[in-house]
Design a protein around this ligand. Structure first.
Ligand SMILES: Nc1nc2c(ncn2[C@@H]2O[C@H](COP(=O)(O)OP(=O)(O)OP(=O)(O)O)[C@@H](O)[C@H]2O)c(=O)[nH]1
Ligand SMILES: [Mg+2]
Ligand SMILES: [Zn+2]
Length: 306
């Protein structure tokens, strides 16, 4: 039978099949590992073929079907292995808060670049609108007018007061959505607000540090009553970037990608080169300076990594 992995804890996998049935499965003894470079062979969102074991109602996963896409967590410096967060995602929704915790523009851009590299559509969900100060509401408007023209749809919501949750719910319809963001931004609260019967664990942000407490500790997929599947994830600091060459980085910034081959030099990395169209547009205010700064910082980090 075919199913979708809902969660994985150690050696057990919960598999969703026939729309709403669940079965606990183990992997078949000699399970084909991909390239040995990933720490987890089967992940949330994977489509698998399983057999039921007579007797105890558990199952055995015998085959992993091809993945359409997947997202990895940043690998530690010590290990070359990657940890896959989830697979077969239709859209990535970044949950952002401007206070408690504050999500920086740098974080948002890094996330968007990563998701661009995976070719997965992304949206930005600004949560906790109920506690935004007038100053933050102004920042919010500026951010929306910077990101929407780049193709990232923005939603302003409050999970607590229910603001715009109808729009959010519509966004989730008939899709598999990955929710990510810093710890404490309200990912689990938002899912509860859409479907209270799920009753996910949530915890207040620390008062002293204005940071979340990593309440959700592993990724899990939920089938929504209102149609669609949503994957709750633990708060992340960053995603693992795919390996990229310096000249490729600008391909993941849509406003820079639009200028592809317009610079004087083909291998222009848009820093000091003469005849650089990207820098020209930054100087003319057509490309956001904040986005360009994010670009430079990612470029520099990549340089250090080498
Ligand atoms: N004022 C306000 N508080 C919110 C809102 N959404 C979530 N919160 C609060 O933010 C805190 C953290 O929410 P969680 O849902 O646990 O956050 P999370 O993103 O799942 O965090 P991790 O699981 O740690 O990654 C809780 O105290 C929520 O009540 C909102 O719209 N407004
Ligand atoms: Mg959570
Ligand atoms: Zn250039």
């Amino acid at each position: 039978m075919e199913g979708i992995v809902k969660k994985s804890t150690g050696s057990w996998y919960t598999v969703l099949y026939d729309d709403d049935k669940l079965i606990h499965c183990k992997l078949r003894g000699k399970f084909r590992m991909d390239d040995g470079k990933s720490t987890n062979p089967v992940v949330v969102g994977d489509r698998v073929i399983f057999d039921t074991r007579p007797g105890d109602g558990t199952g055995i996963i015998i085959e992993l079907l091809d993945r359409r896409n997947y997202v990895i967590r940043k690998a530690t410096r010590l290990s070359r292995q990657k940890h896959i967060i989830a697979a077969n995602i239709d859209q990535a929704l970044l949950i952002v808060t401007l206070a408690q915790p504050r999500t920086s523009a740098g974080f948002i851009d890094r996330y968007l670049v990563t998701i661009e590299a995976y070719s997965i559509p992304a949206c930005i969900i600004f949560n906790k609108h109920d506690i935004c100060t007038p100053e933050q509401k102004k920042t919010l408007k500026e951010m929306i007018s910077a990101y929407e023209p780049l193709g990232y749809k923005c939603y302003v919501v409050s999970a607590v007061e229910g603001t715009n949750l109808d729009k959010f719910q519509k966004l989730l319809r008939n899709k598999t959505s990955l929710l990510s963001g810093l710890s404490g931004t309200g990912k689990s609260t938002l899912i509860n607000a859409i479907d209270p019967s799920l009753n996910l664990k949530v915890r207040p942000v620390s008062r002293a540090h204005k940071k979340g407490k990593h309440t959700t500790t592993f990724a899990e997929m939920f089938q929504l009553k209102s149609s669609g599947r949503i994957i709750d994830t633990p708060g992340i600091k960053e995603f693992g970037l795919l390996d990229f060459e310096a000249w490729e980085l600008s391909h993941y910034f849509p406003e820079m990608r639009a200028l592809l081959n317009k610079c004087k030099f083909d291998n222009c990395i848009h820093v000091h080169e003469p005849g650089c169209m990207v820098r020209e547009e930054v100087e003319a205010g057509k490309i956001s300076y904040s986005r360009y700064l994010s670009y430079l910082s990612m470029l520099e980090e990549d340089d250090n990594r080498r």
